[in-house]
Write a protein that binds this ligand. Structure first.
Ligand SMILES: NC(=O)c1ccc[n+]([C@@H]2O[C@H](COP(=O)([O-])OP(=O)(O)OC[C@H]3O[C@@H](n4cnc5c(N)ncnc54)[C@H](OP(=O)(O)O)[C@@H]3O)[C@@H](O)[C@H]2O)c1
Length: 242
């Protein structure tokens, strides 16, 4: 029986690339998103025994709990969680509507904490350890004008990583963050041409990242070779924060 990894937000972007790579590596994957997206149906047809998707809004605790319960009923207790689903809302804080601030916190932070809590209850129910990876962002470390509330949620995830690593380490469950730089996904579609040029100029490796630049590190952290790495934030950004 292959190990189950729960990936939130697997319908597109980084989550889709992670889902595809995990299936190729032999894992089973349970993923959720608010809509199914274009790529998942064909992947589910190709891998009906190892890929499960359910519509869920991680900003809603009952909805994400229902997804995790369904995934566990299907595959058993998960080996790993990749807390990937997230949203970005741009705007200077003074004028960003409170409803957008609440949505960011509810989705990126409260949602991720709730998912980690629900998954941990299953991981702790059986021996053997496990893996939790929170996808944060260099914005949470360095900030970016117009992304203050988003940055707060991502810095919060890094705090979650450090505290939870201490809490569950004795059970051989590792908890790490992966903090990408600017990735060429739908989320970064709001960057202007000028902003993209500036990011490229400031990046030692001279380009925006892709999901495929990040995926190998996630596979590594989920694997047995990363068993003594916990509480860390791995920055993958082409050097822009170095
Ligand atoms: N792109 C970047 O430059 C960048 C940089 C650093 C970190 N990150 C982080 O990397 C992660 C993935 O980003 P991405 O660029 O791949 O974003 P993306 O292309 O917008 O994809 C986001 C994924 O999350 C899902 N999602 C969003 N809100 C959700 C909700 N409330 N409930 C369930 N699923 C939800 C989306 O599906 P639905 O919309 O259908 O729900 C989609 O599958 C995010 O946490 C992001 O903050 C991205």
């Amino acid at each position: 029986m292959s190990r189950l990894i729960i990936v939130t937000g697997g319908s597109r972007g980084l989550g889709l690339a992670i889902t595809r790579a995990l299936l190729e590596a032999g894992y089973s994957v349970a993923t959720c998103s608010r809509s199914q997206g274009e790529a998942l149906p064909a992947m589910m047809e190709a891998c009906p025994d190892r890929l499960f998707w359910q519509e869920a809004d991680i900003g809603n605790a009952a909805s994400s709990q229902a997804f995790i319960d369904a995934a566990v009923r299907r595959f058993g207790a998960p080996w790993g969680l990749v807390n990937n689903a997230g949203i970005a809302r741009e705007g200077i804080l003074a004028t960003l509507p409170l409803v957008e601030v609440d949505l960011l916190i509810q989705t990126n932070l409260s949602g991720a904490i709730q998912v980690a809590r629900a998954v941990l209850r299953h991981m702790l129910s059986r021996p053997g350890g496990g893996r939790i990876i929170n996808i944060s962002s260099i914005i949470g470390q360095r900030g970016y004008t117009g992304l203050a509330a988003y940055a707060a949620t991502k810095a919060g995830l890094d705090g979650l990583t450090r505290a939870l690593a201490r809490e569950v380490g004795r059970r051989q469950i590792t908890v790490n963050s992966v903090a990408p730089g600017y990735l060429d996904t739908e989320m970064s579609g709001t960057l202007s041409g000028g902003q993209r040029d500036q990011i490229v100029r400031r990046t030692p490796l001279g380009r925006l990242g892709t999901a495929d630049d990040v995926v190998p590190s996630i596979l590594f952290l989920l694997g047995d070779g990363a068993r003594f790495i916990t509480g860390q934030t791995l920055t993958i950004d082409g050097g822009i924060t170095c």
